[in-house]
Design a protein around this ligand. Structure first.
Ligand code: G3H
Ligand code: 13P
Ligand code: ZN
Length: 311
């Protein structure tokens, strides 16, 4: 099996009422945990790499680790640039073997977003690579960028048809109330998503794949373990799983998950270190951390995404 684009994955997911998990990868254990889970459940997969991940682990290391995972699992895996912020970054990932890129022009004016996205689409499509664009702006923290609630904005359904036809994007990320990071809703408030906006988008773009960023559930069990073993994560609230399931049954074909991976790994390592204070071999604490990621991803695939058995 080679690296694939998300085109066929999304067509089948749209028809089948499920979504593909797009998991952020930064090192070998994360890649192994995710891909072992997908193999066990025969699920298609998107592995996504942020600019920060490329800076941390290096493009070539990540590509080679993903290629190794494809050999080991024989699964269709799409390799995607998460939150590309310039033509040059997208080009570098396309030239470096990614099958999908996101150009995130959501911080630009509408016309500038269209222009930049169109430029990336032209280059990507010439090279057999698919493109995700974004309309609307999520709150939360991505790498060094912190978007405050007041700067965040929901997607305007009246813009989506024009944006898709003028840019030629293959999928579209929209803002309906999800946000990046572990603190998605105000303490004490009830999590809510604007399914009315998703419905309106779906009506205007029938059959077109929609993407949800900021879709970690901030699994309470991990936050509890982190706090039990010396961490301090007050009022971390994520997207309830039943809402993600509902979105996956609608036009949402790609669900982005990073924070839950971070929490699974950190909870496992904190617990291991506290219970084994004399251990210092990284393999001793990274093995349970990798297993924790695998278990969490299996849960997402079976109970949230519904992509099990669809590879
Ligand atoms: O949405 C952003 C992802 O969680 C990636 O985070 O930029 O810190 O790698 P990062
Ligand atoms: P979370 O922070 O909710 O995991 O979102 C990740 C994401 O959207 C990556 O692009
Ligand atoms: Zn994101």
């Amino acid at each position: 099996m080679a690296i694939v684009t998300s085109k066929e994955m999304f067509e089948r997911a749209y028809q089948g009422g499920y979504a593909i998990g797009a998991f952020n990868v930064n090192n070998m254990e994360i890649i192994q945990g995710i891909t072992e889970a997908a193999k066990e459940l025969n699920s298609p997969l998107i592995l996504q790499v942020s600019a920060g991940a490329r800076k941390y682990a290096n493009h070539t290391y990540l590509m080679k680790l993903i290629e190794a995972a494809i050999i080991e699992t024989n699964l269709p895996i799409c390799v995607h640039l998460d939150h590309g912020d310039s033509f040059e970054l997208c080009k570098s990932c396309i030239d470096g073997g990614f099958s999908s890129v996101m150009i995130d022009g959501s911080h630009l004016s509408y016309d500038e977003n269209v222009k930049l996205t169109r430029q990336v689409v032209e280059y990507a499509h010439d090279h057999g690579v698919v493109v995700e664009g974004e309309l609307g702006r999520l709150a939360g923290i991505e790498d060094a960028v912190n978007v405050s609630d007041k700067d965040a904005s929901y997607t305007d359904p009246d813009q989506v048809q024009d944006f898709v036809s003028r840019t030629g994007v293959d999928s579209l990320a929209i803002a309906i109330g999800t946000s990046h990071g572990a603190y998605k809703f105000k303490p004490g408030s009830k999590p809510q998503l604007r399914f009315d906006i998703l419905e309106e988008v779906e009506k205007r773009l029938p059959g077109f794949p929609i993407v949800l960023h900021g879709a970690s559930s901030v699994i309470p069990e991990f936050v509890e373990i982190i706090n039990q073993y010396g961490g301090k994560m007050p009022d971390a609230i994520g997207i309830p799983e039943h809402m993600l399931r509902q979105a996956a049954k609608m036009a949402v074909c790609k669900i982005n998950i990073d924070s839950d991976l971070r929490l699974a790994m950190t909870a496992s390592i904190r617990k291991y270190m506290a219970e084994n204070p004399s251990h210092f071999d990284p393999r001793q604490y990274l093995k349970p951390a990798r297993d924790a990621i695998k278990k969490m991803v299996e849960h997402k695939i079976s109970n949230v995404l519904g992509s099990d058995g669809k590879a």
